[in-house]
Design a protein around this ligand. Structure first.
Ligand SMILES: NC(=O)c1ccc[n+]([C@@H]2O[C@H](COP(=O)([O-])OP(=O)(O)OC[C@H]3O[C@@H](n4cnc5c(N)ncnc54)[C@H](OP(=O)(O)O)[C@@H]3O)[C@@H](O)[C@H]2O)c1
Length: 218
């Protein structure tokens, strides 16, 4: 199965591409925006396709030939303004969904953000970011795509813990509200073909359950 990782050069993306590469089932295809990033992945034996989330839907479709599933883990990051949040986290994500639908690619995993579905829980300074995530997620839920929306808590770069808490209830919160990026990557890997995750959206933080066990509870 060919998995297009949008945001492959990012922190979750890097973990995910490595994990996919180490399986027998999946072949990662890195979607990146710079020539040097293409070279970086190709040097590791990973196919990379050059594109940009600010480009048109028809341009994005060119990166989707022979792709079976898409993981969207891109983001404009904290150092850019609200304009880029709208163009990448919202419009970029929606354009990838539109392109996927046009290309008849059904499976789509979205990395959203903790509590993006509950407006009342958005902090004042992060409201534009959460709004972008919220409406991208809504577009996905209203699409024909077979989605899984993963809403992680605050991401950390510490080593994987391997234990998570999944919540589908809107008001539940687990403690701590953080999760290592590597655990999110592992969760994505395990969710790809797990039909319990199909058409589901959930928050995730570090918790008490092994990832595989936690997914059985969905
Ligand atoms: N930080 C948190 O605590 C937190 C919590 C919950 C959810 N999230 C979300 O989790 C996701 C992944 O997080 P992360 O920390 O792994 O992100 P990250 O390291 O910032 O990676 C984001 C990636 O998106 C790529 N990107 C940005 N603009 C692009 C464009 N125009 N075209 C193509 N690619 C573009 C970046 O490319 P370059 O490498 O070229 O810059 C980068 O590789 C993000 O959506 C983030 O919002 C974050």
């Amino acid at each position: 199965m060919n998995i297009l990782v949008v945001g492959a050069n990012g922190q979750i993306g890097t973990h995910l591409v490595e994990k996919l590469k180490n399986t027998e089932t999946y072949k990662p295809v890195a979607f990146v925006r710079k020539e040097e990033q293409v070279t970086k992945f190709e040097d590791k034996g990973i196919e990379a396709r050059l594109g940009n989330l600010e480009n048109s839907v028809s341009d994005l479709k060119k990166s989707m030939k022979d792709i079976d599933a898409i993981v969207f883990t891109a983001g404009s990051g904290g150092s850019t303004g609200t304009d880029k949040t709208m163009l990448i986290d919202l419009d970029g994500a929606v354009k990838v969904m539109e392109a996927a639908e046009d290309m008849n690619i059904k499976r789509f995993i979205m990395v959203s953000a903790f509590q993006a579905d509950v407006r009342e829980n958005w902090s004042e300074e992060m409201k534009p970011y959460f709004a972008a995530k919220h409406y991208a997620d809504k577009f996905l839920m209203n699409s024909d795509l077979n989605y899984t929306i993963i809403r992680p808590g605050m991401l950390e770069n510490k080593p994987a813990i391997g234990k998570i808490a999944l919540t589908r209830a809107l008001t539940e919160a687990s403690d701590p509200m953080t999760i290592p990026r590597e655990d999110v990557a592992q969760l994505i890997l395990e969710a790809l073909e797990n039909d319990r995750t199909f058409l589901q959206s959930f928050d995730v933080t570090t918790g008490d359950q092994e990832i595989t066990e936690a997914l059985k509870g969905l």
